[in-house]
Design a binder for this molecule. Structure first.
Ligand SMILES: NC(=O)c1ccc[n+]([C@@H]2O[C@H](COP(=O)([O-])OP(=O)(O)OC[C@H]3O[C@@H](n4cnc5c(N)ncnc54)[C@H](OP(=O)(O)O)[C@@H]3O)[C@@H](O)[C@H]2O)c1
Length: 299
């Protein structure tokens, strides 16, 4: 694959959202070492200081993706600090994973899930596009890289809010890519599987907070699901592997539209199985009760 950049200014400026930890931090660091000017989105001054300590050449940028004013201010500041460099990449990485039964998850939590993983991201794309289009016009490779998930292909019970947001992001990315083709503004979706990051601790916390909120209906299933989550995360890959895929998406002459990373490749094969069979296999894998088996139980 040709990974040569035609960028006369080096490799241009990029913005990575959610760069305080995990995949975002690994991506910001890797892109910086590969020559990009990296604006690293963080939500607090403490996180900005921490980033400056890790790598003084990163440019921390305060950004709460759910907040219109914050997105606007961040893009304004970024544009002011480009110093003539082209803006060549928006890496939409910030994400959360709301957990719990769809019967009882609060609509506020469901909205929060979509505000971070989709609506905030979409708002940022709208602000970034004039800059990316201008860079593309000037002959640079410019584009958007969205961090999706294998969860955007394979739905798992009790991971419903997250799955729904990542499925939506996959559709959003596919449409955006087709709409931006006329300007050669590239759009890639990177779909990691299990990756060793703080999101797993947050998932466990999220599960703890939903325990006992469903009148006992789902408690036993949630406990089994929690066990599976703990087992799964033990085999996670280094976030740097995802960062490498993001770098490829930004720099390749013809970037892949969708790239599964790590165990996502194996997990995604389950989507080839007919839905009825897949439900049974996933239910067995998670140790969930068989169809109809709770009809005569209390509650
Ligand atoms: N880890 C995995 O196994 C895995 C697998 C597939 C896909 N992914 C995806 O990878 C992306 C990064 O997740 P990660 O695993 O690296 O988890 P992480 O370590 O928890 O990082 C999430 C990042 O998103 C930021 N963030 C959360 N809400 C935000 C908001 N409202 N505004 C701005 N930033 C916000 C967090 O900032 P704070 O520190 O301030 O909260 C943090 O920097 C997510 O989109 C996730 O869905 C992860």
């Amino acid at each position: 694959m040709d990974t040569t950049s035609n960028d006369p200014h080096g490799t241009g400026a990029v913005l990575v959202t959610g760069a305080s930890s995990g995949i975002g931090l690994a991506t910001a660091q890797l892109l910086r070492t590969r020559g990009h000017l990296v604006f690293a989105g963080v939500r607090s001054e403490e996180q900005a200081d921490a980033l400056r300590t890790i790598d003084p050449e990163l440019r921390p940028l305060r950004l709460e993706v759910r907040d219109d004013a914050s997105r606007f201010a961040a893009m304004e500041r970024l544009a002011d600090e480009l110093d003539g460099r082209p803006f060549v990449g928006l890496v939409n990485n910030a994400g959360i994973a709301v957990q719990g039964p769809l019967e009882t998850v609060s609509l506020d939590d469901l909205r929060r899930q979509f505000e971070v993983n989709l609506f905030g991201l979409a708002g940022l794309v709208q602000l970034a596009l004039p800059h990316l289009r201008a860079s593309s016009r000037a002959g640079h490779r410019a584009g958007v890289v969205n961090i999706g998930s294998v969860g955007g292909r394979l739905p798992i019970p009790f991971n419903g809010p997250y799955n729904a947001s990542k499925f939506a992001l996959a559709a959003y990315s596919d449409c955006l890519r087709q709409e931006l083709r006329p300007w050669n503004v590239r759009v890639s979706l990177v779909e990691p599987g299990t990756t060793r990051t703080a999101i797993w601790t947050k998932i466990e916390q999220s599960l703890t907070s939903v325990e006992g909120t469903s009148d006992g209906l789902y408690d036993a299933m949630l406990a089994r699901y929690g066990d599976s989550v703990r087992r799964l995360q033990a085999g996670g890959i280094d976030p740097l592997r995802v960062a490498e895929v993001v770098h490829r998406a930004l720099s390749a002459r013809r970037p892949a539209h969708r790239t599964l990373v790590g165990d996502a490749r194996l997990m995604a094969t389950l989507t080839w199985v007919p839905t009825a069979l897949r439900d049974v296999l996933l239910g067995r894998g998670l140790g969930l009760p068989r169809a109809g088996s709770l009809l005569r139980s209390n509650p």
